[in-house]
Write a protein that binds this ligand. Structure first.
Ligand SMILES: Cc1ncc(COP(=O)(O)O)c(C=O)c1O
Length: 365
């Protein structure tokens, strides 16, 4: 259990540095034991210091969603970045060109149009831009269907002179809707099989795509069972949060992020107000648990409603919280919490050791 430190004021987003290190180590070990490259998604923490620690723990490079995140991480010394997002439009292509002059950047797409523009940029820079082809493995976001559809696209894209198709990739974010670890295992197998099946089909057609890149925190737990996978891109594993806890994939002790809040009002029996609202906790909900976060000290208490700066807690019968008392909260979704805060308090043994700057906060372009 986290001890509150009087060195901080509330609301405070804290990271237990021992738990963070343990999470980094555990996942790095999973990857190395499976013989799979780890390319963590840094949208969870958006912090150069944590990205550097991930590299120290054996990451082969990092993943980002947006160019702005890549620029911040490149400034922080990370030199191998996958932008797992389609780059569309002149100004973004220009920025990508500038980045490609500095470091190794790979990009992803699920369309010929985007690949064609990337190829022109590659030709202009006299290089072949490493490209991941995004495949739908059930999330129904980006990505053509695995098998024939993706194979056809890959064959077309493969003809372009300024890019090199290096991997098939997918993100099985639908795993978060599952309520049991066993169901997440099934999603992990579906995720990997969708790509491997397409890779085999392409090989039969004479096109070799070496990389199979999967990624989500829930499915990464099963990477050792997945034949053919070469890379994984988990993000949220660094902090742990309700979305992982409620599926039973992690224990409370693995949740490095805790948000501390102070009771500021006790207006009605059974109801208290804390100084953390949607601007601290985000409005993200969980499909598995009611409320806007989990209070380990009071598991039956529910954060029933948020305004921007108020959290309304419904207490179970027979419990009481007084004005001035501090509660700790495991948020539903750690990645969106980080993006609301300039810095996170890095604690060790309950004491403030360092501030973690969220340098890539708000980098949505
Ligand atoms: C393309 C891609 N890869 C990897 C991840 C990491 O997933 P998670 O946050 O579940 O670890 C995400 C998450 O949004 C993603 O969109």
């Amino acid at each position: 259990m986290h001890a509150w430190t009087t060195m901080l004021d509330t609301p405070a987003v804290t990271i237990d540095l021992d738990l963070l290190d343990a999470n980094l180590e555990r996942t790095a070990k999973l990857a190395s034991q499976a013989g799979v490259k780890l390319r963590p998604h840094v949208k969870t923490h958006k912090s150069v210091w944590i990205a550097q620690r991930q590299m120290i723990h054996g990451a082969a490079g990092i993943t980002v969603a947006k160019l702005g995140e890549a620029e911040v991480m490149a400034d922080g010394g990370i030199d191998d970045i996958l932008i797992a997002y389609p780059i569309v439009g002149k100004s973004k292509l220009e920025r990508l060109g500038n980045l490609l002059r500095r470091i190794k950047v790979s990009v992803s797409t699920d369309s010929y149009e985007v690949a064609k523009d990337l190829s022109e940029l590659g030709e202009h820079l006299k290089l072949r831009i490493p490209l991941y082809i995004d495949v739908n493995s059930g999330l129904n976001r980006c990505g053509k269907e695995p098998g024939e559809e993706t194979a056809k696209l890959a064959q077309q894209i493969g003809q372009l002179p300024g890019i090199e198709v290096v991997a098939l990739m997918t993100h099985a974010g639908q795993a978060y809707s599952k309520s049991r670890g066993e169901d997440c295992r099934e999603v992990a197998h579906t995720e990997a099989e969708a790509l491997v099946r397409t890779q085999i089909l392409l090989r039969q057609q004479g096109m070799l795509i070496p990389g199979i890149s999967v990624g989500s925190t829930p499915t990464s737990k099963f990477v050792g069972e997945l034949a053919g996978v070469t890379e994984m891109r988990p993000g949220a594993y660094v902090f742990g949060d309700g979305s992982q806890l409620f599926t039973g994939l992690i224990e409370e002790e693995e949740c490095a992020m805790r948000i501390f809040a102070t009771v500021v009002s006790t207006p009605r029996p059974g109801t208290v107000i804390i100084d953390a609202g949607s601007k601290t906790l985000t409005s993200d909900r969980s499909p598995h648990r009611q409320g806007f976060g989990y209070i380990p000290e009071l598991p039956e208490a529910i954060i029933v409603q948020l305004s921007e700066e108020h959290g309304i807690i419904q207490l179970p019968e027979g419990t009481e919280l007084r004005i001035g008392e501090i509660v700790s909260i495991i948020p539903n979704h750690c990645c969106t919490v980080t993006n609301l805060h300039d810095r996170l308090a890095g604690l060790r043994k309950g004491r403030l050791e360092r501030w973690l700057q969220v340098e890539a906060r708000g980098q949505v372009r």
